[in-house]
Design a binder for this molecule. Structure first.
Ligand code: NAP
Length: 648
């Protein structure tokens, strides 16, 4: 992986024909705003050619073929002049101009607040959008005396260690696995790939020449592996080591952490703060189906794939139709004699024609050579796959058809998805009926498809069964109607225990309060990060920080880490030993979150999903815009916390 900053674009030295060829592959909206940077000419975005909002499925956002040709011709002249002039840029645009560029690319006026966010993202003046200014002014001696223990070396833990190191704060990372990568290390099932666009699903400060728009598990693991090496944090990580228990010591206002080393020995580490970066989807769940252990053949969970079993010519039973089944079943079906998929609830499927496509040479060239093109492309993706989708999941209380959809907009999405599903399986009425969910789109995670899933369900060797499973037997499965199925292998694509955040670790806060008992299956935190009575314990990807409509969870981790760094900075600046979130602040915040979630498709009382706990509360999701989370996590407000010093 060539880790480069987006603003380190390469000078253009290539021939006219290379430029022309690359422009054929351009995202026209991203290119047009990049041309404004290159020329300072605002008329480029004030003419008739402009992207249109809400056309989220069209990669060119409604810019016609003819218009695209006009833009390419203009871009060709501008890029040639830029090359021949020694690759000089005019002065950077000001805030008003950025706001205009942003509104142009989105196709509608956005909140002014986005401009500030974008200025950071574009790093026009060297800003670090997720940095914590002022950290460098704290004396190193103070920092050296503040040790942070990070639990987990996945995407969030790697980021945490990097940011701490950058800030000069000592840290130790405890990782239960033998290597970094977390979810991308553990999930090795065939077909595993990211389903958020990679140009947003990457650290903001480590772009990569992603081979595909949605890369495979192997490529993602390589990325995080390389990041850990490039960040120089490997020596901070203790692999094959598990945190068993962490207890807050009120005398010293520090944490005592009991770890089990690779050789089984127990050790107690002391830390001023803990960052829990263990993810929400970390502990695989096999449902409690009667006779679960009776099956005589191999059976395993998608997140614990047993590669030693050759599935060629085998009869396979797959339980579940969530994202993991969705990606693995098409691959299994290519090898197996027969695949029987047991579906309890169908997923909504969203067409994404480029899901398996490779990024063309031309696109790579543009991303690497045209100043600011990659930044705007990232923002364009960020909007189209995330922020722009949120509105479609928002409930309109006046909408009369709340069971099937939550608003008129949501209903239109439903109609589009239904049309797509029908276009592939419509000539098989029984299958079609099984594939159309009866709940609103966005109620559960929407799966992106380029036709692979639906076409797989049509294969002669694949059968989709909706008759509920009654029990597992030595030979296979029996459904409630009494039908028996015999298998060589059973695969559990049955998800995780998301509501048991940080489980099975024993975390004890003030007065020995046990976190899991305290939460009782209903995890709450302030901004997803701080938990009252657990001072200096910070979560990443904690309660209510998951996103449903796509875009990147890495964005959230970067926001959370910025906030956590702000907390550490505050402690060091004020010479306090610990900070503990005020209960009323936490409670008011969570009321706001709950209200927000109740207004979203995933909060609909008729929908069951991993976003909700057993009591029906949405414990996992963030219901507002990404911008709102970015604003919320700029840094801590000292009045939200109780500060304590070390007891004499
Ligand atoms: P999941 O979404 O929780 O899906 C579990 C599936 O198992 C559901 O279809 C569920 O049915 C079914 N199930 C559970 N218990 C069952 C039972 N007793 N009988 C029959 N069916 C049962 O798990 P997942 O597919 O592993 O995905 C979890 C999350 O991980 C995703 O939503 C996503 O956020 C993430 N993920 C991402 C990617 C990616 O980006 N590429 C890939 C995989 C996973 P019900 O729907 O009826 O509960």
């Amino acid at each position: 992986m060539a880790a480069r900053k987006f603003d380190n674009w390469e000078p253009i030295t290539e021939s006219d024909s290379t430029i022309q060829a690359a422009l054929e592959d351009a995202s026209i909206p991203s290119l047009m705003v990049a041309l404004v940077h290159l020329t300072g000419d605002e008329s480029i975005m004030r003419g008739d050619i402009r992207p249109r909002s809400r056309l989220l499925a069209d990669p060119q956002a409604g810019v016609t073929e003819e218009q695209q040709a006009v833009v390419r011709a203009q871009a060709f002249e501008i890029l040639k002049a830029y090359r021949d002039g020694g690759c000089q840029l005019p002065p950077a645009p000001n805030l008003d101009q950025i706001a205009e560029m942003m509104n142009f690319i989105i196709g509608e006026p956005l909140l002014e607040a986005y401009a500030e966010f974008l200025v950071g993202e574009l790093s026009l003046h060297g800003e670090d959008p997720f940095g914590q200014p002022g950290m460098e002014q704290i004396p190193q001696k103070k920092k050296d005396a503040f040790h942070v223990l990070v639990i987990g070396a996945g995407m969030s833990g790697i980021l945490a260690a990097h940011r701490l190191k950058e800030a000069g704060i000592p840290c130790t990372v405890i990782e239960k696995n033998a290597d970094v990568g977390g979810t991308w290390l553990e999930n090795t099932y065939p077909g595993c790939r990211v389903d958020s666009p990679n140009h947003t699903y990457s650290y903001s400060f480590v772009p990569k020449n992603w081979p595909q728009f949605f890369s495979s598990q192997k490529v993602l693991l390589e990325y995080f592996d390389q990041c850990a090496s490039d960040f120089g944090i490997r020596d901070n990580i203790r692999f094959n080591t598990e945190v068993e228990r962490a207890e807050f010591d009120e005398q010293s206002q520090t944490w005592n952490v009991r770890i089990r080393n690779a050789d089984g020995t127990i050790q107690i580490l002391n830390a001023n703060a803990i960052i829990g970066a263990v993810g929400q989807l970390n502990r695989p769940r096999r449902p409690d189906i009667e006779g679960r252990d009776a099956f005589s053949g191999p059976s395993f969970h998608t997140a614990q794939w047993e590669h030693e079993h050759d599935l060629t010519g085998k009869r396979i039973g797959v339980i579940g139709t969530g994202a993991s089944a969705f990606q693995s079943v098409p691959e299994i079906a290519k090898q197996a004699r027969e695949v029987v998929v047991f579906q309890r609830t169908p997923p909504w499927v969203r067409p994404q024609p480029i899901y398996h496509d490779y990024v063309s040479d031309g696109k790579h060239w543009l991303l690497n050579h045209v100043p600011y093109y990659a930044k705007w492309f990232r923002f364009f993706m960020f909007w189209r796959s995330g922020e722009g989708m949120l509105e479609a999941s928002k409930k309109d209380p006046a909408w009369p058809h709340q069971t099937r959809s939550v608003s008129e907009y949501n209903d239109r999405i439903r109609a589009n998805f239904t049309k797509y599903i029908t276009s592939i399986v419509g000539d098989d009425p029984e299958l079609l009926q099984k594939c159309i969910p009866d709940y609103p789109p966005g109620g559960k995670r929407i799966l992106v498809d380029n036709g692979t899933w639906l076409k797989t369900l049509r294969r002669d060797n694949v059968h989709l069964i909706t008759d509920p499973i009654a029990k597992i037997t030595e030979a296979g499965l029996v459904t409630e109607s009494g039908e028996t199925y015999e298998f060589d292998v059973i695969i559990y694509a049955t998800g995780f225990y998301p509501s048991r955040i940080l489980w099975p670790m024993e975390i004890r806060g003030l007065g020995g309060l046990d976190l899991q008992t305290h939460w009782d299956g209903d995890p709450h935190a302030y901004k997803g990060v701080s938990i009252p009575q657990f001072p200096n314990f910070f979560c990443m990807y904690g309660p209510n920080t998951n996103i449903v409509v796509n875009t990147s969870i890495i964005f959230f981790s970067e926001c959370e880490m910025r906030y956590i760094l702000g907390c550490i900075k505050l402690l060091l600046e004020t010479d306090q030993a610990s900070m503990d979130c005020k209960q009323d602040v936490h409670d008011t915040y969570n009321e706001w979150i709950d209200e927000g979630n109740a207004n979203m498709a995933w909060g609909a009382p008729t929908v069951k999903s991993w976003y909700k706990n057993e009591k029906g509360r949405v414990t996992q999701n963030w219901p507002f815009t990404l911008l709102k989370f970015w604003q919320q996590t700029k840094g801590p407000d000292p009045s939200d916390y109780i500060f304590r010093s070390r007891k004499p």
